[in-house]
Design a protein around this ligand. Structure first.
Ligand code: FAD
Length: 294
C-alpha cells in the first residue's frame, strides 16, 4: 500500500523508524527488533539509509523483511549524496522487484568516512525526488525541520525548499525530532501559509538516557524544554527512572499532538523495542480504530 493512501484513511496513524546495523555487524538484532515492534501493528515502518558505503545495502534487506515477511508497509530511505543517476535507476529497480513502493528521498549528510566524495547528480533532495518519480509510480516522502535545517540561511528559505519538494512530486513529509510541540504548531502555520499542503508526520524521538540528552544539548540547536532538562537533572544517575520518564514524556508529547489535530505520528525507535512498547502501552486506545474527527 502507498503511504499516500494510508494517510488518506480516516484514522490516526503511527509509524516507526528503524536503522540498519553499523557496518560489519549482523542484521539479526535489527530483524529481531523489527519483528517485535511489528506486533504493535504500525501503519508503516521506515528504514534509514547510511549515505556512505557499508550499511546502505542493508536498507532494502530490512525493508524487504518489513514488507514481505512481516506484512507491513515499508518505507525505504534513500540519499542523493552518494548516488548517481545510474545507482538511482538500479535502486528503484531493486525496490520494485521487492514490491516496495514508498521511498523517503533525502539529500543525506556527509558520511563520516575518509576520502568520501559527494556525488553531483542530486544536490538537493528535490532533485532526487524528481528522478525517482521518473522511474515509476513511487510514493515519495521528504524530510522537514520544524526548527529549520542547520544549513538554511533562515526559516523562510527553509519553508520555500519544502514547496520545491512538493512541486517535485513529494507526497508527504516527516519531521526532524523536536521536543516542544509549540515549535511544530508554529512551523505548520508557516508551512500552510506558504502553500505546502502535504501531510506532515511529526517525528518523535524518545529521550530515555542522559547521554542522549547531553549529546543533543551539545551538538544540535534543538530546543530542549525545561521539563526535559529537569528530568535529566533529577534522574541522570538512575537509568531506569530516566527511561520511564523519557517514555512518559514522549507519550505526553504524542497525546498533545493528537489532541491538537495531528493525524499521524512517526516514532524514532532507536531500535529499542522495549521503549516503543512502553510508549504504545499508554496509547493503545488512541491508535486503535480511532476516528480523528469523532
Ligand atoms: P535538502 O532538502 O536537500 O536540504 C538540505 C539543505 O539545502 C537545507 O538547508 C535546505 O533548506 C536547502 N535546500 C533544499 N532544496 C533546495 C533548493 N532547491 N535550493 C536551494 N536550497 C535548497 N540522513 C541519512 O543519511 N540517511 C537517512 O536515512 C536519513 N533519514 C532522515 C529522516 C528524516 C525524517 C530526517 C528529518 C532526516 C533524515 N536524514 C537522513 C538526515 C538528512 O539527510 C539531513 O538532515 C541532510 O542534511 C538534509 O537532507 P534533506 O533531504 O532535508 O536535504
Amino acid at each position: 500500500m502507498t503511504i499516500r493512501d494510508i494517510l488518506n484513511q480516516d484514522k490516526i496513524t503511527i509509524s516507526f523508524e528503524v536503522f540498519p546495523p553499523k557496518a560489519g555487524l549482523p542484521l539479526d538484532s535489527v530483524m529481531a527488533c523489527t519483528r517485535r515492534i511489528a506486533k504493535l501493528k504500525p501503519d508503516f515502518c521506515s528504514v534509514t539509509y547510511g549515505a556512505g558505503g557499508g550499511t546502505s545495502k542493508n536498507t532494502v534487506a530490512i525493508a524487504d523483511q518489513v514488507q514481505n515477511e512481516l506484512g507491513l508497509t515499508a518505507l525505504a530511505h534513500f540519499t542523493g549524496i552518494a548516488s548517481t543517476r545510474e545507482t538511482v535507476k538500479e535502486k528503484c529497480a531493486e525496490l520494485k522487484s521487492k514490491g516496495i513502493q514508498n521511498v523517503l528521498a533525502l539529500r543525506g549528510d556527509m558520511p563520516n568516512e575518509e576520502g568520501f566524495v559527494p556525488k553531483k547528480d542530486f544536490p538537493h533532495a528535490s532533485d532526487l525526488m524528481a528522478e525517482i518519480k521518473s522511474q515509476g509510480d513511487f510514493c515519495i516522502g521528504g524530510a522537514c525541520y520544524p526548527e529549520g535545517h542547520v544549513e538554511s540561511e533562515d526559516k523562510h528559505h527553509d519553508i520555500k525548499t519544502l514547496k520545491i519538494k512538493q512541486d517535485a512530486g513529494a507526497d508527504f513529509l516527516i519531521s526532524q525530532m523536536f521536543f516542544d510541540n509549540n515549535i511544530f504548531y508554529n512551523f505548520m502555520y508557516r508551512l500552510r501559509d506558504a502553500g505546502v499542503t502535504l501531510p506532515v508526520l511529526p517525528g518523535i524521538m524518545p529521550l530515555t538516557n542522559y547521554k542522549q540528552i547531553a549529546h543533543i544539548k551539545r551538538i544540535s540547536g534543538t530546543n530542549l524544554p525545561a521539563q526535559l532538562l529537569a528530568i535529566a537533572d533529577k534522574f541522570h544517575n538512575d537509568p531506569m527512572a530516566m527511561e520511564q520518564a523519557g517514555i512518559v514524556f514522549a507519550a505526553n508529547q504524542i497525546i498533545d499532538l493528537i489532541a491538537n489535530g495531528i493525524k499521524g505520528i512517526h516514532l524514532y525507535t532507536m531500535n529499542k523495542p522495549q521503549i516503543v512498547e512502553g510508549i504504545m502501552s499508554n496509547l493503545d486506545r488512541i491508535f486503535t480504530g480511532s476516528n480523528p474527527d469523532a
